[in-house]
Design a protein around this ligand. Structure first.
Ligand SMILES: NC(=O)c1ccc[n+]([C@@H]2O[C@H](COP(=O)([O-])OP(=O)(O)OC[C@H]3O[C@@H](n4cnc5c(N)ncnc54)[C@H](OP(=O)(O)O)[C@@H]3O)[C@@H](O)[C@H]2O)c1
Length: 242
């Protein structure tokens, strides 16, 4: 396993949830971390907390849905060793009743934003580095609609980019299933509790993941130099059909 000491790790979506913990764990291993996210207050708070803990950290405001902003962001970035993307909006439900505009938005967000991130990151990632995207598991097409399509898109993207970028850099994805993170901050508490219960029943391991269990998968993919083109499910076996 390679060390992260003095490596530059970019986390798009590093101000909250999985991405924040990835940034913190990389910082604890001696990486210089660059966080990106849309909400300035959240980004500053994450940066200040990590800096107060003694980590080398900077923050750049970015809405990765805006491809012009992406161009400017990548121009500002120094060459880096690892890039993690947490970008991807979600939707639930099937296709029959879904609004086409919402389907389009989710696929734009989850797939096309990340395709562009991959294209731009390819020119900046250093030899021996990696790109890590975020896919997802747990839903089926009939109840996760464009999120399901977006996740399949990410899985295809990492397979293609892994070949296109080899041997210079590796490309992988982590696939979490439903996990309690700030992602659900705007959903009423009772609804969150009900969803959690539903997942705990359908996951063979009968619990949800901790944020650490997910974040550590990104760290593993940064440090193991022989894994590429993979989408690693950290989901308690939810897709095994128990
Ligand atoms: N939690 C789950 O249950 C779950 C399950 C499966 C997959 N996932 C996926 O895992 C990823 C991270 O989820 P999380 O639970 O850690 O969510 P979170 O706590 O809301 O964190 C998401 C991070 O991404 C940033 N972000 C989102 N959209 C962005 C954009 N367009 N441009 C730049 N930054 C953006 C957010 O900051 P701003 O909002 O300030 O931009 C935040 O820093 C998401 O792609 C999600 O779909 C989550």
């Amino acid at each position: 396993m390679t060390s992260l000491t003095e490596k530059i790790v970019v986390v798009i979506g590093g101000s909250s949830g999985f991405g924040y913990r990835v940034a913190q764990l990389a910082g604890m291993e001696g990486a210089h971390v660059i966080l990106a996210g849309r909400n300035k207050a959240r980004l500053d708070e994450a940066k200040n907390t990590l800096a107060a803990e003694g980590h080398a950290v900077e923050a750049i405001q970015l809405d990765a849905h805006d491809l012009q902003q992406q161009e400017e962001f990548f121009k500002r970035l120094p060459p880096f060793d690892h890039l993690v993307s947490m970008v991807g909006d979600v939707m639930g439900g099937g296709f029959l009743e879904a609004d086409l505009a919402v389907i389009r938005h989710v696929i734009e967000s989850k797939f096309f934003s990340n395709v562009r991130i991959g294209q731009l990151a390819a020119g900046k990632v250093r030899a021996g580095g990696s790109l890590i995207f975020t896919s997802g598991t747990g839903g089926r097409a009939q109840n996760a609609c464009a999120s399901y399509v977006g996740n399949l898109g990410i899985n295809a993207l990492v397979e293609a980019l892994a070949v296109e970028l080899a041997p210079k850099a590796r490309v992988n994805a982590v696939s979490p299933t439903w996990t309690l993170t700030p992602f659900w901050r705007d959903v009423p508490k009772d609804d969150v509790a009900a969803i959690r219960q539903r997942f705990e029943k359908s996951i063979p391991l009968q619990r949800i993941a901790s944020i650490d269990e997910i974040a550590n998968a990104y760290l593993f993919l940064m440090k193991n130099g022989f894994v590429t083109g993979q989408h690693i499910a950290v989901d308690g076996g939810i897709m095994l059909g128990a």
